[in-house]
Ligand binder design. Structure first.
Ligand code: NZQ
Ligand code: ZN
Length: 387
């Protein structure tokens, strides 16, 4: 196991009616809040009213930034920074999924930066100070409620980039699974696939002796497999929604990756698809994942796939390692199909025209992947096989 510094500072308030802690927690940071949310789902499911009631009853002033796009845009971040500066905001409160949270994080980080907000997305080293951030999560997916990253898009130049800073981690996050009851089937499926992909990024690592982290990863994968479909078919199933919600946070908050090397592979590929075609993140991941798995399967990786097949998919142990590995990959693909997610890039409007450019950009910082690093040609082959 590699050395690591454990730090997961976000205070989590988990469970039904936990929204009641919001005013008191906000007041630790001040009384002026920017409330950031998306296209209106929080107005339909009652969260907006719950927040506003709490803020008004506790003399907390708030301004609103609504309409944050899935795949949040830099233009929206800029608007948020302006509101914060004009009104001397004390805390940025995101109410929504990963997009509203990421937008809030970028606003909070750009607030203290004198230049354009896109600079701190392109170059995280420009971030020196960050406004306090808090979240009320409504979609189990990205884990942004408990991590230090934000992913922001500039559609004009087809760039979707991740940025991050230790102070971009939310100070507190309210995780009430009942706010996810209204998540539609497609987003539930996509979110589940995203949680699984974060887990894969940590699990398929070259560090072999992190036994404990790998067992925790398998538990998260089993949780997604066990509850993803239930949440789709029975959206108000609290057991399913609560397990998925906690899996979302634990998959990417560091717990699975401390002590391991971290060089993500399917995410950099997917971010290019979203940057060019504005597709749903989890859908892109689940299309690419089985193709990537198949592509990297060889003598150097087969043992890891056997571990995955036996421990996650309950495939019986046997002498033929490749049979187990291939069965595990097939089961992964079948699971995504059972969630109703498309299996081909062409189904989400992607054709050959930008593959070369997207492949180049996927490896802009060098080879990607830990268990078996891949280069530009490999990415292109994976894209082509997924067409
Ligand atoms: O905009 P509203 O009206 O809220 O509707 C949203 C949106 O249409 C809807 N939704 C969310 N909660 C709902 C709901 N609808 C009904 N009821 C609810 N309770 O779902 C749609 C998608 O929301 P979004 O926030 O975009 O989804 P997600 O949480 O999957 O976030 C995706 C973004 O996060 C980035 C992705 O790349 C993408 O830009 N990621 C962020 C990461 C991070 N910060 O660590 C890591 C991830 O790997 C990922 O890259
Ligand atoms: Zn993701």
């Amino acid at each position: 196991m590699l050395n690591f510094d454990y730090s997961i500072p976000t205070k989590v308030f988990f469970g039904k009616d936990k929204i009641s802690v919001l005013p008191k927690q906000i007041k630790k940071y001040g009384t002026k809040v920017l409330l950031v949310y998306g296209g209106g789902s929080i107005k339909k499911n009652g969260l907006y009213d719950d927040i506003v009631k709490g803020l008004n009853a506790n003399s907390i002033d708030f301004w609103e930034l609504s309409g944050v796009e899935p795949n949040p845009r830099i233009t929206t971040v800029r608007k948020g920074v302006e509101i914060c500066r004009k009104n001397k905001i004390d805390l940025v409160l995101a109410a929504g999924g990963g997009s509203s949270i990421d937008c809030s994080k970028a606003i909070a980080a750009a607030y203290y930066y004198e230049g354009d907000a896109w600079d701190i997305v392109k170059d995280p080293s420009k971030i020196s100070k960050v406004l306090p951030i808090a979240t009320v999560l409504t979609l189990a997916a990205t884990g942004s409620e408990m991590d230090t990253f934000a992913v922001i898009t500039d559609m004009d130049i087809n760039e979707k980039l991740g940025t991050g800073h230790p102070d971009m981690v939310p100070r507190f996050s309210i995780l009430d699974p009942t706010y996810t009851f209204s998540v539609p089937q497609y987003q539930t499926a996509s979110g589940t696939a995203d949680i699984m992909s974060h887990t894969f990024e940590a699990y398929f690592s070259s560090i072999k002796e992190a036994f404990l982290q790998d067992r925790m990863a398998e538990a998260i994968l089993k949780t997604c497999i066990n509850y993803g479909k239930t949440a789709m078919e029975d959206p108000k199933n609290y057991e399913a929604r609560s397990n998925l919600m906690w899996a979302s946070s634990l998959a990417i908050n560091g717990l699975l990756s401390f002590g391991k090397d971290s060089n993500w592979v399917v995410h950099p590929m997917e971010h290019e698809l979203s940057a060019y075609y504005d597709i749903t993140h989890g859908v892109g991941l689940s299309i690419l994942t089985p193709h990537w798995m198949k592509y990297i399967l060889d003598d150097s990786t087969v043992d890891k796939f056997v571990e995955f097949g036996v421990n996650v998919w309950d495939i019986e142990k046997g002498p033929d390692k490749y049979a187990i590995a291939n069965a595990a990959i097939a089961k992964t693909r079948e699971y995504f199909v059972s969630l109703g997610i498309p299996t081909k890039l062409s189904e989400v409007g992607i054709d050959e025209s930008n593959l070369e450019e997207m492949a180049k950009k996927s490896v802009r910082y060098g080879k990607i992947g830990s268990l078996k690093p891949i280069d530009h040609n490999d990415v292109l082959n994976i894209f082509k096989s997924a067409l």
